[in-house]
Design a protein around this ligand. Structure first.
Ligand code: NI
Length: 186
């Protein structure tokens, strides 16, 4: 099932999401729907709050990107960044801000502790696009959007686009939600 995606200015995108205590059929279903929703929107990452569920769950699939065709899709639950190394600048976008792009500086590599789709505890080192997308999605679990991390001067250039989201004029090539859905899994 393709879920509608919450858009910038929806309250759920600004909440701190709650940790999951385990996996049940409802969560398995949500994970499957999140992959379907992300692929339908040609996204490379999606966090549960973006589809109306304020829980610490995200999915990524960067296999469509150049040089990452072997990348396996990942389910990440209750992530904790243990360490970061280096910094780089990269242009980001977000399915919750259709059409908006901007440069963001982030750590270039991270050590991440998380639980996988079997709720097993994992620790991994991630760099390149993995580090970039994981950090963007983890931000969503803390109510942070990439535009919050843009330099003020760059952000001023996109302010009109952000204001348009608030006033309700949004177009996207995929279903969007303007109200948070009932948080069935939180
Ligand atoms: Ni995003």
């Amino acid at each position: 099932m393709i879920l509608p995606i919450n858009i910038y200015s929806d309250d759920i995108l600004r909440k701190k999401a709650k940790p999951l205590k385990g996996i049940d059929r409802g969560i398995e279903e949500l994970i499957a729907f999140m992959f379907e929703t992300m692929h339908n929107a040609s996204g490379i990452g999606l966090a549960a709050p973006q589809v109306g569920h304020s829980v610490r769950l995200l999915v990524i699939d960067i296999s469509g990107l150049n040089n990452y065709s072997d990348a396996k899709p990942m389910v990440v639950i209750n992530p904790h960044i243990l360490a970061v190394r280096g910094y780089n600048d990269m242009e980001e976008g977000c399915l919750s801000l259709p059409g908006v792009k901007g440069d963001v500086e982030r750590p270039a590599a991270i050590t991440l502790k998380y639980r996988n789709e079997q709720f097993e505890e994992m620790t991994g080192e991630f760099s390149g696009m993995y580090a970039r997308v994981l950090q963007h999605e983890i931000d969503h679990l803390n109510g942070t959007l990439f535009v919050d991390r843009m330099e003020k001067r760059d952000r001023r250039k996109i302010q009109k686009e952000l204001d348009a989201f608030v006033s309700g004029s949004v177009t996207a090539a995929y279903p969007i939600a303007r109200e948070p859905l009932t948080a069935k899994y939180s």
